[in-house]
Write a protein that binds this ligand. Structure first.
Ligand code: BEZ
Length: 209
């Protein structure tokens, strides 16, 4: 049994933390990481996290030497260098930039969906700004349309950094926007996700019910 030599500060609801959990699972590194569940929001940060990352954001990964890595992209890159299997982030060549750009599109869905969550859940109702909310939702739709093309052209066959990020983005939409009904508009993406969401790494990291 490998010893736990790192600590991941995370929340089970955070899709950015979920990407890290999925990569840890896919690369067999989950047993090496202690999971530290933190309660936080932008208006009630966690002292435990701030002590390690002044931005107060999760995920944050504390290493054995006391250094802390953040954000999720940095942590994913680090962890992908700590296993001996096939890299999930291509090390070089055109494919590296292609897959990282696709992962970045998925992160853009997350950024927009989380901004919508904060606006609708944290911000007082009389201060909600519909124009801004609609702009975030439009961004999500544009990216999903592109991901539909990617699914249709076989670009999501390999479960690497791009596919992990897309799967976690779709999982977060189902979690926080269950009414969105994206599957009807993006059937190929839906069919890809039906399979991807059944991987052990995805099932084991599902957000709370
Ligand atoms: C959420 O509850 O939606 C959430 C929690 C942590 C980070 C981001 C989102």
């Amino acid at each position: 049994m490998p010893s736990k030599n790192m600590t991941l500060f995370y929340s089970p609801a955070s899709p950015f933390a979920r990407k890290v959990l999925v990569l840890l699972h896919e690369t067999g590194q989950l047993p090496t990481v202690e999971l530290f569940d933190v309660q936080l929001s932008p208006v009630s940060p966690s002292g435990e996290v701030i002590a390690r990352n002044p931005a107060g954001k999760i995920p944050a990964l504390e290493l054995a030497n006391g250094d802390t890595l953040h954000d999720s992209r940095v942590i994913l890159d680090y962890l992908d260098h700590q296993h001996s299997g096939e890299p999930l982030i291509p090390r070089d060549g055109a494919n590296r930039w292609k897959r990282l750009s696709l992962a970045s599109l998925a992160d853009a869905v997350l950024d927009a969906a989380i901004l919508i969550r904060y606006e609708t859940f944290l911000r007082p109702e009389d201060l909600h700004w519909p124009t801004w909310l609609n702009a975030q939702q439009d961004k999500i739709e544009r990216v999903l349309a592109e991901l539909e093309t990617q699914a249709d052209t076989g670009q999501l066959q390999c479960f690497d950094i791009a596919s992990i990020s897309i799967a976690c983005a779709l999982g977060y939409l189902d979690f926080r926007q269950p009414q969105l009904d994206w599957r009807n508009r993006f059937p190929r993406l839906a069919s890809w996700y039906a399979e991807a969401s059944q991987r052990g790494s995805m099932l084991d990291s599902q957000p709370p019910a």
